[in-house]
Design a protein around this ligand. Structure first.
Ligand code: DGJ
Length: 732
């Protein structure tokens, strides 16, 4: 790992893992040009890539200082592209001056290289010790509008990844408005590429989609105030023939939980530009003289051997540099959550009965979901009133928690802090504390409004209310929900010229509250949730080491959701529960073993009435808990190998392998049973060919070579939706 600077060429070369990233200062134009991002190259040789497009091009204006052979800015690969000054592709920044002009064009000023990786104030950001990371900071300035842009590039020991961010500083004497500030700009050469993105909706999040990067701009984003169910802030650009084990792939992930936008643009000369960051449609930020604005950071990672490797880099990066180190590799409790079984209708007796059965089965924690506060009997009231609903829980939360602890279980509690019900004491006292636009009716989502988290007093109020609950009762886990997107995003606190800041301030306020709570309760496990997986992003993972992956717990739908999610996010971050069948969404009946096997590859638990189990089910559940415990550390520390896709394979398989390849767990689900079926074998990957692996249950042995070359035989089974799970350990 290292960042080299070659002063005579003003060339920067970042080398990390097996990847090189190179850029330089344009010798005539002083703009920062991009040279190369891919498999390792000799540092200085990267400069040979710099070639001005000296073919005379029509319709290509030239900047000041250009010679007939020095090329147009509109055709050069750039690190931070201009707006309105001759580069017609998507811009990195657009700043509007007090006079109303918006041309933005920044030139190189200086740089510095240092050890370590700085945190970003107020934002979640990656971290590393000084010996583990190096950072290059390049200062650019647009001398006309006197705005400085500080570009930051960090690399991390052993990981083929670069973390990028940018800060804008107003060095002028009049206010300016930031209208666009991308965290990451990447210019790729004129080659064919595919784009892989993860689209979805509520109860079917992050489905894999692949398409050629065609001409024009493909936009992947969210304008919902939250990162959203619809388009995850993670995507991959890859060779058209790239697969799990071969081909080049570049993954981009934003460490942010609000509106985002990725623009992937193939231009007239076939080059491909990527801009990724805050969604300019939903963002404005005013900068008074001397003020600065920090854009969130983006992670970009490279693999020259396909998606397996790329996913591994993202998983390692998130576990080692984003997720709270206390939790990243720490076993998580097997929980029972009451939501799917009871919705809002529960009593204290019923909760205790659930907990008693859960304790008998051997679970670790009871999580009390929505409905325990205010006067909450359905979705129409009480959000914002975080005091116990004594009609439902007459003994109060401290006593309930003690009773649950006495059964041998820990206790977790649901909150939806960022929201308010119009029918709540909070709303009656402070109607202006929700995001709204005076004179315009506010749209309700699930009967609720969104709090103006950008107001410090709102954050303070929520902190007081939540700590009153969390201090009084023994609570080890908080499920943090948010059940609607943002509309009518006006803030009563902000002056007219700052209204465009409301949505980003909302995100910053949410982060501030999470940070305050995390500091106050360092041992608390926070689980993120946004109507299921509506905010599954690296920003939330910084505060909540696991996220409820989807409200759809149907095992077959989960194959698609967990498959897509796994491209960017570690399995250990995916909340996954066994629920009753048919569930509320898919209406499908799947075996309890399959539900367990699919859920067991995430942060595991149950979400049903444990009293409904038959004696046979009880035995299956006890067995599942034992299997989960035997393999949980593997899941937390090991690496994932995808062995098929539910989109193309009836037998969908995957495995998690220990770093030392000393053990692995293999899971396969045959979606539909086939009459008179073929005999199936799955060729495994990632094992030690010379090791002998023994099935932890049957003792049957196979060499790693056999499993990878001949394959693991999958027994024929009757009935749809059958799973097959095996845990193998190296013998001797
Ligand atoms: C949406 C979540 O995804 C569910 O798990 C549950 O907590 C409900 N909200 C409660 O309202």
């Amino acid at each position: 790992m290292g960042i080299a600077y070659y002063p005579e060429k003003r060339l920067f070369v970042l080398t990390s893992g097996n990847c090189t990233y190179a850029l330089m200062v344009h010798p005539l134009y002083e703009r920062l040009v991009h040279l190369y991002y891919g498999a390792s190259l000799d540092g200085e040789e990267a400069a040979k890539i710099f070639a001005c497009d000296d073919t005379p091009r029509a319709q290509s204006p030239l900047p000041e200082g250009a010679t007939p052979v020095s090329g147009s800015l509109g055709n050069l690969a750039q690190e931070f592209s201009s707006f309105g000054c001759g580069d017609f592709r998507a811009a990195s920044a657009r700043i509007r001056t007090a006079d109303g002009f918006d041309a933005t064009d920044a030139k190189y000023v200086s740089h510095r290289i240092y050890s370590g990786k700085p945190a970003l104030p107020g934002l979640p950001s990656s971290f590393a010790g000084n010996s583990e990371a190096q950072t290059l900071e390049i200062t650019l300035c647009d001398p006309v509008i006197q705005v400085e842009f500080i570009l930051s590039y960090s690399i991390f020991s052993g990981l083929p990844a670069v973390v990028r961010s940018v800060r804008a500083v107003n060095r002028g004497e009049r206010a300016v408005t930031v209208e666009r500030l991308a965290s990451l700009t990447l210019d790729f050469p004129a080659e064919p590429f595919d784009v892989i993105s993860f689209h979805g909706a509520w109860v079917r999040e992050r489905h894999f989609e692949r398409a050629a990067a065609g001409h024009g701009i493909r936009c992947l984003g969210s304008n919902r105030g939250l990162s959203g169910h619809q388009t995850n802030p993670f995507f991959i650009l890859c060779d058209p023939d790239a697969g799990e084990t071969h081909g080049r792939a570049w993954g981009q992930m934003l460490v942010y939980s609000g509106c985002h936008l990725a623009e992937i643009e193939r231009d007239q000369y076939e080059t491909v530009r990527v801009q990724f960051g805050l969604n300019p449609e939903r963002f404005r930020w005013r900068l008074e003289p001397g003020e600065s604005f920090q854009a969130p950071e983006a992670i970009t990672a490279f693999s020259d051997s396909g998606f397996d490797e790329l996913s591994r880099t993202f998983h390692d990066f998130l576990r080692d540099h984003v997720i709270d180190p206390k939790w990243a590799h720490r076993p998580r409790p097997a929980v029972i959550n009451n939501w799917e079984a009871t919705r809002f209708n529960f009593t204290e007796e019923q909760i205790l009965a659930f907990a008693k059965r859960a304790a008998e089965l051997g679970l670790d924690m009871f999580v009390l979901d929505d409905g325990w506060f205010g006067k909450r009997d359905d979705g129409t009231s009480s959000l914002g009133d975080w005091v116990v609903y004594d009609k439902k829980l007459p003994s109060g939360l401290p006593a309930l928690s003690e009773k649950i602890h006495a059964l041998g279980l820990k206790f977790g509690l649901w909150f939806e802090p960022e929201m308010v019900s119009p029918d709540s004491d909070l709303y009656r006292a402070h109607p202006d504390w929700c995001l709204h636009i005076p004179g315009r009716p506010s749209s309700l989502g699930r009967h609720q409004l969104v709090l103006d988290m950008g107001r410090p007093e709102v954050v303070e109020y929520l902190f007081r209310q939540m700590t009153a609950i969390l201090d009084a009762a023994r609570i080890e886990y908080v499920k943090w929900d948010a059940n609607r997107p943002i509309t009518e995003a006006g803030s009563a606190l902000l002056p007219p010229e700052r209204q465009g800041e409301a949505e980003h301030r909302f995100v910053l306020g949410t982060y501030a509250l999470l940070e305050k709570l995390r500091r106050r309760y360092p041992e608390m496990l926070f689980e993120g949730c946004t109507s299921g997986g509506g905010r599954f992003d690296a920003g939330m993972l910084y505060y909540t080491p696991q996220i409820w992956t989807s409200d759809d717990t149907d095992a077959i739908e989960r194959l698609y959701i967990q498959y897509g999610t796994s491209f960017g996010y570690p399995q250990s971050t995916m909340g996954a529960h066994v629920s009753a069948v048919p569930n509320h969404h898919a209406g499908r009946v799947t075996p309890l073993t399959t539900r367990g096997d699919v859920a067991m590859t995430g942060a595991f638990g149950y979400e049903l009435d444990p009293g409904s189990f038959s004696p046979e089910d009880d035995e299956v559940v006890k067995r599942q808990l034992a299997d989960f415990r035997a393999t949980q550390q593997l899941l937390l520390d090991g690496f994932l190998v995808r062995l098929g896709s539910p989109h193309t394979d009836n037998l969908c398989a995957w495995m998690t392998v220990a770093r030392d390849r000393g053990e692995f767990v293999f899971t396969a689900v045959r979606i539909m049973a086939l009459p008179n079926p073929k005999l199936e074998r799955v060729r495994l990957r990632g094992l030690d060919p010379d090791a002998v692996y023994a099935d932890a249950e049957s003792g049957e042995t196979f060499s790693g070579r056999f499993l990878m070359q001949a394959g693991l035989p999958i027994p024929v089974a009757k009935g749809d939706f059958k799973s097959f799970r095996r845990h193998f350990r190296r013998r001797g």
